[in-house]
Design a protein around this ligand. Structure first.
Ligand code: NAP
Length: 324
């Protein structure tokens, strides 16, 4: 089978398509024939060498969707031929086949495409974790999705809309803003426009947002605190650049005055029982149609390098997917 392999850390061009041996499942494992692979920003950070480095050579990726091709001894939850999405893999998702533990594959409802399945785990898992397990969102509250046009942002919009929140999103392009509204936001702002955060206060009659999901905390976190309601919560999801790039200044008093909470989150910290809840909720959302991942761009597996350029350099319109 073919797989993307990384032999050295560096620019997107280190992603090479190679022929590797077919995979065989061990006990408690399954092999998935991948029909779509999700590309997430974190895979670009790992590839470039700025994150903890996996041993090389390695195949990137956690998200994908396809069909169970082989099952190992003791596997009971899935059978050959089942449609599944992956929530992590043992061998990497950027490939024609992926080896997974049984618990890493989840049923993909018929009404979701494979590309949509590949958009589930990291983006929707992160959105669900942020909203429900960290910020404890409530119907009737106002949510500000600061960076709503990408994979995680649109997932937040759909999840929050389904429970009856009022949603304000942001995107930097006209096309992105249209998409954010189409997917369920009540209002949309341009995060490149001067003074746009004042509109969060105007739209909430001066109260501010109850919950903010922040995609670029190293730039925005200090300003977020000024548009947060009393008792508000900010969830830090995205943070790019270390000390030399846009290190944010926070006025602690802004948090004090509001009894505000700044909540970090990373999907890696989710416990197995919490993960079961996340998947149960996401699969229900796919089944009832409230969750419909938006695929912005598709690339052939061989063009993984182009997809890595796109996820960092282009403006977002939903999810970027590779097709093996
Ligand atoms: P994505 O699809 O590339 O989307 C990036 C989003 O950020 C777009 O909506 C983009 O809007 C927006 N953005 C750009 N500049 C912004 C600014 N100045 N202020 C606010 N938003 C801005 O990426 P993603 O998959 O949604 O992930 C979003 C971030 O969360 C990434 O940094 C990713 O690494 C991180 N993340 C963290 C976790 C975790 O476990 N903590 C999990 C998943 C993702 P425009 O393109 O319209 O400008």
């Amino acid at each position: 089978m073919k797989a993307i392999r990384v032999h050295e850390f560096g620019p997107p061009e280190v992603l090479k398509l190679e022929e590797v041996p077919d995979l065989q499942p061990g006990a408690g494992q399954v092999v998935v024939r991948m029909h779509a692979v999700g590309v997430n920003p974190v895979e670009t950070y790992i590839r470039s060498g700025i994150y903890p480095k996996p041993p090389t050579p390695y195949t990137p990726g956690a998200d994908g969707a396809g069909v169970i091709e082989a099952v190992g001894e003791g596997v009971t939850r899935v059978r050959i031929g089942d449609r599944v999405y992956t929530a992590g893999t043992l061998t990497g998702a950027y490939a024609e086949q992926a080896l997974c533990r049984e618990a890493q594959v989840r049923r993909l409802p018929e009404r979701a495409s494979f590309a949509q399945g590949a958009a589930m785990f990291v983006p929707y898992g992160t959105a669900y974790r942020s909203l429900f397990q960290r910020a404890h969102i409530q119907p009737g509250e106002t949510l500000f999705v600061h960076g709503a046009s990408g994979g995680v942002g649109l997932a937040c919009v759909q999840l929050a809309r389904a429970i009856g929140m009022t949603i304000i999103g942001t995107a930097s392009t006209e096309q992105g803003r249209r998409l954010v509204i189409e997917q369920g936001a009540h209002h949309v702002l341009d995060h490149r426009a001067p003074g746009y955060l004042e509109q969060v206060l105007q739209l909430t009659n001066g109260r501010g947002a109850d919950v903010i999901v922040e995609m670029l905390a190293n730039i925005n976190l200090g300003n977020d605190l000024n548009v947060l309601a009393q008792g508000g919560r900010v969830v830090v999801v995205g943070n790019r650049g270390e000390n030399n790039q846009g290190t944010v200044a926070i006025n602690p008093r802004a948090a004090m005055q509001r009894d505000a909470a700044i909540l970090g989150m990373t999907l890696a910290n989710v416990t197995p029982p919490e993960m079961e809840k996340i998947h149960a909720a996401l699969i229900a959302g796919l089944e009832n149609g409230s969750l419909q991942p938006v695929i912005g761009q598709q690339f052939a597996l061989a063009d993984a390098a182009k997809a890595h350029h796109a996820v960092i350099e282009s403006t977002a319109y939903g999810k970027i997917v590779l097709v093996p």
